[in-house]
Design a protein around this ligand. Structure first.
Ligand code: NAP
Length: 248
């Protein structure tokens, strides 16, 4: 297994894409640290990780990633419990929708805090341990709306675009210590986040996806684990779009 002896830290691991990423890491031999606010759902991911590989060590941390101190403490407790952090995936996110002229400052703050600042806090928290061990891979989960923009999602899209600048900057800062930083930009993926999409919007999306279907969380997790694998050892500062060909 490619990740035997490695430790993966995944935020937003209680459901959806984050859960698939955690389970994929476990299946491939890594121990996993799981972060989200819902303790019961985190336990379900922990159980799924042990089903994927019985020997998986799991450290579950109930935390809000918009709190810098909570993110730092989650990383520190992972190093105490699991010994190291090799991979860090900033996946936690929340769609905060609203037209520009109607968006309240508090909504914008939430969009930036949960989707962008949280990733900054994670990069800052894992940078020193990864630099010390002279290896590491960080993946930031952005979105195609960070590349294209989207009417009604100015705050969320700004946060997701910000992640791309963050990934490149940190890739440049940490590259000399063999720490790689990349982003992924999923398109339409079937999760709780997209459940409420109107039939009209879904049909519009589907008609424009060359592969003819929405993505699954596992379509994303395979790319994230690839970026953390040795096969991607010379890849840093990149954004991989995972959208069935929607943008090209
Ligand atoms: P999801 O099913 O709603 O899952 C979101 C995850 O983030 C949950 O585990 C949630 O856990 C966690 N989370 C949200 N706010 C948090 C906070 N303040 N602190 C800690 N954890 C928090 O959505 P998803 O589709 O899997 O989304 C995962 C990532 O992919 C997000 O960054 C999203 O923006 C991105 N993305 C999704 C799509 C898509 O079509 N689904 C497309 C592009 C990008 P708790 O509620 O338990 O805290």
């Amino acid at each position: 297994m490619s990740f035997a002896g490695k430790v993966a830290f995944v935020t937003g691991a209680s459901r959806g894409i984050g859960r698939a990423i955690a389970v994929d890491f476990a299946r491939q031999g890594a121990d996993v640290a799981l972060v989200a606010r819902d303790a019961a759902m985190l336990e379900e991911t922990a159980e799924a990780s042990r089903v994927a590989r019985a020997a998986t060590h799991v450290h579950s941390i109930v935390a809000d990633v918009s709190d810098a101190a909570a993110v730092e403490s989650a990383v520190n407790s992972t190093i105490e419990r699991l010994g190291r952090v090799d991979f860090a995936v900033a996946n936690a996110g929340q769609a905060v929708d609203g037209l520009l002229v109607r968006m309240k400052p508090d909504d914008l703050e939430r969009a930036l805090a949960v989707n962008l600042k949280s990733a900054f806090y994670l990069c800052a928290s894992v940078a020193k341990p990864m630099m010390r061990q002279r290896s590491g891979s960080i993946v930031l989960v952005s979105s195609i709306v960070g590349l294209t923009g989207n009417a009604g999602q100015a705050g969320y899209a700004a946060a997701k675009a910000g992640l791309l600048g963050l990934a490149k900057s940190v890739a440049k800062e940490l590259g000399s210590r063999n720490v790689r930083v990349n982003a992924v930009a999923p398109g339409l993926i079937e999760t709780a986040m997209t459940e409420s999409l109107s039939e009209e919007a879904r049909a519009h999306f589907l008609a424009s996806i060359p592969l003819g279907r929405a993505g699954t969380p596992e379509d994303v997790s395979g790319v994230v684990t690839f970026l953390c694998s040795d096969a991607a050892r010379y890849v840093t500062g990149q954004t991989l779009v995972i959208d069935g060909g929607f943008l090209m």
